[in-house]
Write a protein that binds this ligand. Structure first.
Ligand SMILES: Nc1ncnc2c1ncn2[C@@H]1O[C@H](COP(=O)(O)OP(=O)(O)OP(=O)(O)O)[C@@H](O)[C@H]1O
Ligand SMILES: [Mg+2]
Length: 371
């Protein structure tokens, strides 16, 4: 089996006045693992269903390889599909479930038997062929669904929250299994999830969806390091946000006021936003917990921000500290540092210096507080 490219061009779906998917274009490479990540109602399932052929688009087209399949029936698209609910046929044995797509394709019996055996071996269920679905655990049922989706060797596999009904440990185990299998088979996968860790673990690229559109698409690392909007910044990883004021340029970079008493210089400009900065402008600054550190009050240098410890949480390898910026009404900053004796000694009310890694500060237009 070899993966094929999937091309989605200006795809849209409207239900009456509801726009579920709006003008989405994406090229998925052969053998690529693409995740659609986004909050509930952002259009992930609708987009996947149009690629599968279960929903007809209002506008746009879908291609597999060079073939336009926009108006081809689902069972003629040669696409495997796994849903969140196991969707196995309850009255059929595991063997019959997995063999179903092959019987539909009128393959001969000996060949079906061989293919079913291979597919079940692939998901480590060789010994379960004669069981009924109700005699399997959730994880086993989902492996059978995966075997059934792959048994006819489709070049494209679509999955809609396939691990959503499983507990965390099993989910993490199956994430690795699916990823390993996908790489071995070279099949192109489009995978819907609203779990950012799952998307980061499995994907070559992630498309973050917001209100029916792709807010940003890129590798896990590029989305993490260079989000182009507060929405994406917040959706991938943990991010601190604080409203700041632009003061003007300085030798060390643009100066921003973080609180009544503290200013910081930033060594990068606005993330992908082309706008004129004029002194007095309100901006939204964003910084990740691991890009902030703490020192004793007075030891943080020129760009340090005066702060007061709110909570300190010891987590083995690292320490999470919630620290309020003095003279600011923003929620406490979330700071993550390697655990140390000095840090564990910090207690609520201690005065500290907060130091931002200035190259890791993201700036976005607007204050983010509705003003
Ligand atoms: N058959 C339908 N009729 C009307 N509106 C629909 C229909 N199907 C989906 N929608 C709407 O389209 C939008 C996108 O829905 P969709 O199911 O694609 O979201 P999703 O990202 O998969 O969400 P979830 O994470 O909850 O599964 C929602 O506002 C939803 O209410
Ligand atoms: Mg959905």
């Amino acid at each position: 089996m070899k993966g094929e490219s999937v091309t989605v061009h200006r795809l849209a779906k409207r239900y009456g006045s509801v726009t579920a998917v709006e003008d989405v274009s994406v090229d998925v490479k052969p053998g690529e693992f693409l995740s659609l990540l986004g909050p509930s109602g952002s259009g992930k399932t609708t987009l996947l269903m149009m690629i599968a052929g279960f929903e007809l688009p209002t506008a746009g087209l879908v291609k597999i390889g060079a073939t336009d399949i926009t108006h081809v029936a689902p069972n003629k698209r040669n696409v495997g599909m796994v849903f969140q609910k196991y969707a196995l046929f309850p009255h059929m044995s595991v063997n019959d479930n997995v063999g179903f797509p092959l019987r539909m394709r009128k393959m001969d019996r000996a060949q079906i038997q061989r293919r079913v055996r291979e597919a079940l071996a692939m998901v480590q269920l060789d010994a379960y062929g004669s069981r009924m679905p109700c005699q399997l655990s959730g994880g086993q049922q989902q492996r059978v669904a995966l075997a059934r989706a792959l048994v006819f060797e489709p070049p494209v596999l679509l999955m809609d929250e396939p691990l959503g009904a499983l507990d965390k440990k099993l989910r993490e185990q199956l994430q690795i299994e699916i990823k390993t299998l996908q790489q071995r088979l070279g099949v192109t996968v489009i995978y819907v999830t609203h779990d950012q860790e799952e998307a980061l673990t499995m994907s070559d690229r992630i498309a973050v969806m917001d209100s029916g559109q792709i807010a940003q698409i890129g590798s896990p690392a590029s989305l993490y390091r260079a989000p182009t909007s507060p929405f994406v910044a917040e959706f991938i990883g943990k991010m601190n946000f604080l409203p700041v004021e632009y003061l003007g340029p300085a030798k060390t970079g643009p100066q921003i006021r973080v609180s009544n008493t503290s200013t910081v210089s930033v060594t990068r400009s606005l993330n992908g936003h082309d706008m004129e900065l004029s002194p007095g402008l309100s901006l939204l600054a964003a910084i990740r917990p691991e890009n902030i550190s703490l020192t004793a009050r007075g030891a943080g240098g020129q760009d340090a921000i005066a702060g007061t410890v709110y909570t300190s949480i010891f987590l083995g390898t690292h320490q999470i500290l919630l620290v309020n910026i003095d003279g600011s009404s923003s929620p406490p900053l979330h700071i993550q540092m390697p655990a140390s004796r000095d840090l564990s000694a910090l207690a609520r009310g201690d005065a500290v210096d907060i130091v931002f890694q200035t190259s890791a500060i993201h700036l976005f237009p607007g204050r983010g507080d509705g003003q």
